[in-house]
Design a protein around this ligand. Structure first.
Ligand code: ADP
Length: 354
């Protein structure tokens, strides 16, 4: 991210400097050439006048011959002047081109160095922020897991089971703890993928099997809402990091289940399109209004939770992670959706990423 921001800033700085430089170069060219043209022409006029004077004094006075000589001389002077003017223009243009090339080299180098210098504190603070998120998520994991186990054990206790109020309270607590665990896992994942996916392990995977494995993991959730999952899968082998592709599919499937009313339907399709493997996850859910279809891929962006009658939990990190995973595979993710009709998320992954 730092490198791409630095490159962008360098390009912007250089464009600004070069626009100013070219603008002034054009003005300088116009002023200098018209001045030189004017001077050369006045020198020419003086030369012609001098020639006329000399001819008038010559004896014997042969008018026809003098007229002929004079017009020849004027032609000569005119050619000389126009050559001189065009040479001077060429020289000025050449000098300005050299000057602008030097300005371009200097401004690009200076912009690159300066943008690096300007962005470095931001880069450092982003690194510190990432480190903090990662450390905090790690530190939270152990006590949260312990808390979760304690609540689960307490819920199995016979005397607790008898007391409905306490059971309800503990169940609510368990659900909150699960939410925080999900958040800390999402933050850890986001950090992992934003660190340029150095931990990704690319290998040949069978997409059909990977999709089936992911569906198995989401089946329980879907059954609870009586949602059926249909598949239309093609056998495709591609080079990818299997665990992150499973994660990407789980994000899309989990959302499809979350944002589809009970008894709805989810369809997962995979097909080959030239050098790409295409995965489509469609649902018959609540859909996404057009104006939010780009925004949902941003970190922490969530649509109004009142849209779902069940007030689904989430932190708006799933699709940001999904987008990052596809980018790390040099692929893309997009959505086609109609409110109240459903959504189709389309993932395109190159079969052999370069
Ligand atoms: P989360 O689901 O945790 O809120 P996501 O980043 O996965 O976060 O999704 C962002 C938002 O996009 C969600 O809050 C939801 O409003 C919308 N969204 C995602 N998937 C779907 C879907 N299949 N149908 C309708 N809305 C969706």
């Amino acid at each position: 991210m730092f490198q791409s921001a630095r490159t962008k800033l360098t390009i912007y700085y250089t464009i600004i400097i070069m626009t100013v430089s070219l603008f002034f170069s054009l003005i300088i060219y116009q002023i200098t050439t018209s001045e030189i043209e004017h001077k050369i022409k006045s020198v020419g006029q003086k030369l012609v006048l001098k020639d006329i004077k000399t001819m008038m004094m010559d004896q014997p006075f042969d008018y026809t011959n003098k007229k002929l000589n004079l017009s020849k001389r004027i032609n000569e002077i005119e050619t000389l002047l126009s050559n001189e003017i065009s040479n001077s223009k060429k020289k000025i243009a050449y000098e300005l081109i050299v000057l602008n090339t030097l300005i371009l080299i200097f401004s690009a180098t200076a912009s690159y160095l300066l943008s690096g210098y300007t962005l470095e504190p931001i880069n450092q603070s982003l690194k510190a922020q990432k480190q903090f998120i990662s450390d905090a998520s790690h530190e939270l994991r152990t006590p949260l897991t312990a808390l979760k186990t304690t609540i689960e054990v307490a819920l199995r206790n016979k005397s607790v089971k008898k007391n409905k109020k306490i059971t309800q309270l503990l169940t609510d607590n368990l659900s909150e703890v699960n939410n925080i665990i999900a958040l800390s896992n999402s933050l850890l994942n986001l950090n992992r993928y934003y660190n340029n996916g150095s931990s990704l392990d690319f290998e040949e995977i069978e997409l059909q099997d990977t999709i089936n494995d992911s569906i198995k993991q989401i089946n329980k959730q879907a059954k609870q809402k009586q949602i059926t999952i249909k598949t239309k899968l093609t056998k495709i082998k591609l080079k990818a990091d299997r665990s992150s592709i499973v994660e990407l599919l789980l994000i899309l499937l989990d959302n499809a289940v979350k944002y589809t009313q009970p008894k709805g339907q989810i369809t997962v399709e995979s097909l080959k399109d030239k050098n790409f493997a295409v995965i489509k996850v469609s649902d018959t859910g609540i859909g996404i209004p057009k104006k939010y279809q780009e925004k949902i891929f941003e970190r922490f962006f969530r649509l109004d939770s009142s849209r779902t009658k069940q007030n689904e939990t989430g932190f708006g990190l799933g699709l940001a992670i999904a987008k990052k995973i596809t980018a790390l595979h040099k692929g893309s993710i997009s959505v086609i959706s109609q409110p109240n009709q459903g959504s189709t998320f389309i993932v395109k992954l190159p079969i052999k990423p370069s």
